[in-house]
Design a protein around this ligand. Structure first.
Ligand SMILES: NC(=O)c1ccc[n+]([C@@H]2O[C@H](COP(=O)([O-])OP(=O)(O)OC[C@H]3O[C@@H](n4cnc5c(N)ncnc54)[C@H](OP(=O)(O)O)[C@@H]3O)[C@@H](O)[C@H]2O)c1
Length: 278
């Protein structure tokens, strides 16, 4: 079975519209990029396209060749701007800005991507302001298709701060109750872990990396990866190979990615509501 996510996106879209309609202002997301590379521009375009179906406004700011000092001041200005509810910065963040900790300059109240230390830290206790969009998208898919998680083996490939680690924390929450294993590039004999999975979630950034012989028949496979190979978008899973053995599988494109975008926009609507009702 292919896990189509269109219904989830429609539901989230309605939720965002309902939440935005009740507030005193139209939510505004500011997307900051540090270069005009194709992936940044197409990422921002996909956010704009989704936002058009909601009441969220999007402002784009591309800061090319900016100094560390000016980048920090710019983010601080966005923090102070009362019209802006949410701020995201596109990845990869240039190394000098990473070293400066630019992501932590964002006011956590406007950190709708959940990348600041403060908001990431809240995941440990469960006291979150915003669900991190990509891990949140995986959880939405699990809920939508009533996938059993309690006591089940969920194996995550990838330990990044935006996907693998926060996702593990969401899966460990009481009520979700998964038994979680995280693998990474130094994991030895990867297949010995992937073959234990009831649900396998992959975010390694390697096109068509996961093959059918690495999982047990019937495994649910959730593919977070988005890569370009031979001019087309593919996931981290070899989809055609895997669909022969997987019980359920998300498609790429069109699976986790669009849900992620709507969770981000939902966070912006929540941020606007929060600021107007505080
Ligand atoms: N659908 C969405 O909304 C969404 C959102 C974010 C990212 N993505 C996609 O998800 C993928 C991963 O993104 P990311 O930001 O998490 O990437 P990342 O920061 O580069 O992290 C990749 C992770 O995969 C691990 N890894 C790499 N090769 C491996 C291998 N051969 N075996 C096991 N683990 C391996 C790395 O291990 P080490 O830690 O040891 O290096 C690392 O933990 C990319 O394709 C990205 O485009 C999609």
């Amino acid at each position: 079975m292919i896990l189509e996510t269109k219904n989830i996106c429609n539901r989230l879209q309605n939720e965002i519209v309902a939440l935005s309609g009740g507030g005193k202002k139209t939510p505004l997301l500011c997307c900051v990029g540090f270069s005009e590379d194709g992936s940044t521009l197409s990422y921002f375009r996909s956010i704009e396209r989704a936002a058009e179906k909601t009441k969220v406004r999007v402002r784009k700011e591309i800061l090319k060749d900016i100094s560390i000092h000016d980048a920090v001041s710019f983010i601080e200005t966005l923090n102070q701007d009362n019209d802006i509810d949410g701020i995201i910065i596109s990845r990869p963040i240039p190394l000098p800005l990473q070293k400066k900790g630019i992501r932590n300059i964002i006011n956590p109240i406007k950190d709708v991507d959940c990348i600041t230390d403060k908001n990431l830290g809240r995941l440990v206790t469960g006291d979150v302001i915003y669900t991190p969009p990509t891990p949140g998208a995986v959880i939405e898919i699990i809920k939508e298709f009533n996938l059993e998680t309690a006591g089940r083996n969920v194996v995550i490939l990838g330990r990044s701060d935006v996907v693998g680690k926060p996702l593990a924390l969401l899966l460990l929450k009481k009520g979700v109750d998964a038994t979680v294993t995280i693998c990474h590039s130094k994991t030895k004999n990867l297949a010995s872990y992937t073959r234990t999975a009831d649900i396998l979630i992959i975010a390694v950034g390697s096109p068509q990396f996961l093959k059918a012989d690495m999982v047990r028949p019937g495994t649910t496979v959730i593919d977070v990866g988005i890569n370009v190979k031979d001019g087309r978008v593919v996931g981290d899973v070899d989809f055609e190979d895997m669909r022969r053995v997987a019980g359920m599988i998300t498609p790429t494109p069109g699976g986790v990615g669009p849900v992620t975008t709507y969770i981000l926009l939902l966070n912006v609507a929540k941020a606007a509501k929060r600021r107007t009702t505080d």
